[in-house]
Design a protein around this ligand. Structure first.
Ligand SMILES: [Zn+2]
Length: 302
C-alpha cells in the first residue's frame, strides 16, 4: 500500500517524495515535497529534525492551518476618498436575461457609482463593480457586484441615469456612451478587447495591488508594463492607465483566476514574479501581501 503525505493526505509517489529520505516523521509518517517546503518555512530545522521533532498530527495541524489562512482571502476595502450618498429601494427588482453567448460578454471589472431607475420606477444610487457587459437584444445588461447589497445585481444599461468613477469622482456625462465605447471599435474599446485575453492575469495583479483599497501609481505602472509587453499594438498609455485604475477584483474572482492561471504552465513563473513586484512596489511587504504571495506560490506549485 502506498504511503500518504501526513500534511495534505496526497499519495506519495516517485515525483512528490522528498529526496534523500527527507520529510520522515517521528511516528513513521512522511510529507510530500510541497508540504516539506511549507514545513521548512514554518521551521527552518524541519529538514534536519523532522524525524525527531514532528509527529504526523503536528504536521497535519500546521499544514491545514496554512490552508485555512488561504481560504480566508478577503475582499478589499473600497476606496473611500469620495463620500457617497447612497439611495436604495426597500427591495431591488431584478432584470432577467437569457444566457448570452460567450463572445457577447465583455469583462470590465470597473468600480463605479451608478444612478438607476428600476422597472418599478424606484431610483437607487449605489457603488458597484461592473463585472460583465452582456449584449441583450436591443440593450445591454450590466452584470455587477453591488457593494451596498453585497450581492450580484444586473442592471439594464438603458435605465442607468448617472455613472461616476468611484475613485476619482469623474462623472461620465453619457453612461450609455461610456459602455458603448468599451464594446465598439474605439480606442478604448480596442484596449478593453485586448484585456479579455489577459483577464485572469489582470484580475490577479489588480487584486494584489488593491490590498489597501487603492491601486497606486507604482502598482499601475507594473500592470501597464506587463500589458504593453504582451500587446502587438501600440497602446494608448492614458487610456490604459485609466482603465486599469478603475479596475477591481474581488476574492471570488481572485480564486477563479488563480485557478485558471495555475493550469497554464507557461505563465505561472512570469505571473508570480509580476505579483511579487507589485507586492513590493512600495518597498514594504505587509502581512496581507505576503499571505497572497504564499498562496499563489503554493497554488502554482513553484
Ligand atoms: Zn503533502
Amino acid at each position: 500500500m502506498k504511503q500518504i503525505c501526513s500534511g495534505c493526505q496526497k499519495e506519495l509517489g516517485f515525483l512528490n517524495t522528498p529526496n534523500f529520505g527527507g520529510g520522515k516523521l517521528l511516528d513513521g509518517g512522511r510529507v510530500c515535497r510541497n508540504c516539506f517546503k511549507v514545513m521548512t518555512k514554518h521551521d527552518i530545522s524541519f529538514s534536519l529534525k523532522s524525524k525527531i521533532k514532528y509527529s504526523s498530527q503536528n504536521v497535519y495541524n500546521i499544514i491545514n492551518k496554512t490552508k485555512i489562512e488561504i481560504q480566508n482571502v478577503v475582499d478589499r476595502p473600497l476606496p473611500n476618498k469620495l463620500k457617497v450618498e447612497t439611495v436604495l429601494p426597500f427591495e431591488d427588482s431584478f432584470e432577467n436575461y437569457e444566457k448570452a453567448e460567450e463572445n457577447e460578454i465583455i469583462n470590465l471589472n470597473a468600480l463605479v457609482i451608478i444612478g438607476y431607475i428600476d422597472l418599478k420606477k424606484n431610483f437607487s444610487k449605489r457603488r458597484i463593480t461592473i463585472k460583465k457587459i452582456i449584449k441583450n437584444s436591443n440593450d445591454f445588461l450590466i452584470n455587477s457586484f453591488c457593494h451596498e447589497r453585497n450581492s450580484i445585481r444586473s442592471f439594464k444599461l438603458s435605465r442607468i441615469t448617472e455613472l461616476v468613477d468611484l475613485e476619482t469622482g469623474e462623472i461620465f456625462e453619457n453612461p450609455i456612451k461610456f459602455i458603448q465605447d468599451r464594446i465598439n471599435e474605439t480606442p478604448v474599446g480596442s484596449i478593453v478587447k485586448f484585456f479579455q485575453e489577459y483577464i485572469h492575469e489582470i484580475n490577479l495583479m489588480v487584486y494584489m495591488g488593491r490590498v489597501d483599497g487603492y491601486l497606486h501609481e507604482n502598482e499601475r505602472i507594473k500592470i501597464c508594463n506587463f500589458l504593453i509587453l504582451k500587446s502587438n499594438n501600440t497602446l494608448d498609455l492614458d487610456i490604459l492607465d485609466s482603465e486599469i485604475r478603475r479596475m477591481n477584483s474581488d476574492s471570488s474572482q481572485f480564486r477563479e483566476s488563480l485557478n485558471e492561471v495555475s493550469k497554464m504552465e507557461n505563465k505561472k513563473v512570469e505571473v508570480f514574479s509580476i505579483l511579487k513586484e507589485i507586492a513590493y512596489s512600495d518597498n514594504n511587504l505587509d502581512s496581507m501581501e505576503e499571505g497572497i504571495l504564499n498562496l499563489v506560490k503554493k497554488e502554482f506549485q513553484i
